[in-house]
Design a protein around this ligand. Sequence first.
Ligand code: HEM
Length: 357
Amino acid sequence: MSRTNTDTAQDKKGFWATALPVNWDALKEIGSEPIPNHLKKWWWCLGGTPLILFSIQLVTGLLLLFYYVPSADGAYQSVNHITHVVPFGWFIRSLHKWSANLMIVAVFLHTLRVFFTGAYRMPRQLTWMAGVFLLGGTLMFGFTGYSLVYEQMSFWGATVATNITEAVPVIGPTMAYLMRGGESVGANTLTRFFVLHTAILPVAVMGLIGVHILLIRLHGVTELYFDGEVIPEEKKYFKFWPDHISTETIVGLTVIYLLVILALVFPAHLGEPANPNQTPMHIKPEWYFYFSFRMLKLTALKVNVIITGALLAGLTFWPMIEDFLYTRLRIPRNFSIIVGIVGFIIFLGFTLWESFA
Ligand code: HEM
């Protein structure tokens, strides 16, 4: 049998080069892309941390799915079984719980870093907006995940959240009905939150992270400016590979170490099973919703919904709002720092107030 062109090509280039025709030079070029000097410091590259934690969520979540039963009768029992019977079930559940909390902290810190360095300004407005949706997705992960345990606190937490949703003008009642799968929180709500938590949100967040990273690659990471000039220090670039990747790896390993310690020392516990006929004395959502919960106690429901909507719109469109204030009203861009500090103090104040209530 005569030898074909492919045979000769394989002879020449060898099996792997033929079977896996990767353009290594292009990869090397990407790897040696210059990165602004400030990303050598971990607090500047906090974006990688939620990425690492999200990957841990996917792995531990998949493991939990082997035992979790997404029904009103089976949910609490299956979490109880995971926590007290399945070998290392308590550890995987604790890793998942703590990684969820650390991911929210990491996204908050990343948002603060980006906001106070003005890294949302032209041309990164879309990177920012994709980021705000990622923040929303990360909080929704927390809320739907917490509800899947189907214990008293999560059941009534879901009831409060769907009541707030119902108060949203025009679309509220429909959205609340869609979330609940009926007039009140129950078996249908659990299945909907399960589909949200294990299918819709993972796909949506993965897509958003893809868009986010693509935009970062298209624009590069912001250089630091002072008085309109790039800071001289910045001009000493370093390489994406291996320098930046080694920083991200060290951060990642530190986060994983912290995660394992937290899961071992403070394992996830299990409260009372959900009882729709008995409202607990003190309903409390997870800490990252303390701010809104405190606001709910201070304002009427409708006012609360309008304030929350305005805050979310303000956050999403802040790059454009700042542009408008600067170009039309001549308000200096540094005004954003004041807005950021006041906003952060109110957020922290309300969160601490609720945590001691
Ligand atoms: C799962 C959540 C998120 C992931 C995985 C992520 C990932 C990243 C990464 C890897 C970077 C590169 C530089 C760095 O590490 O700081 C970055 C930059 C950026 N992120 Fe995120 N991010 C997330 C959420 C957010 C949020 C919530 C916002 C804003 C509300 C945001 C806005 C931005 C902006 C504007 C940049 C460009 C910064 C610059 O050029 O210096 N990101 N993000």
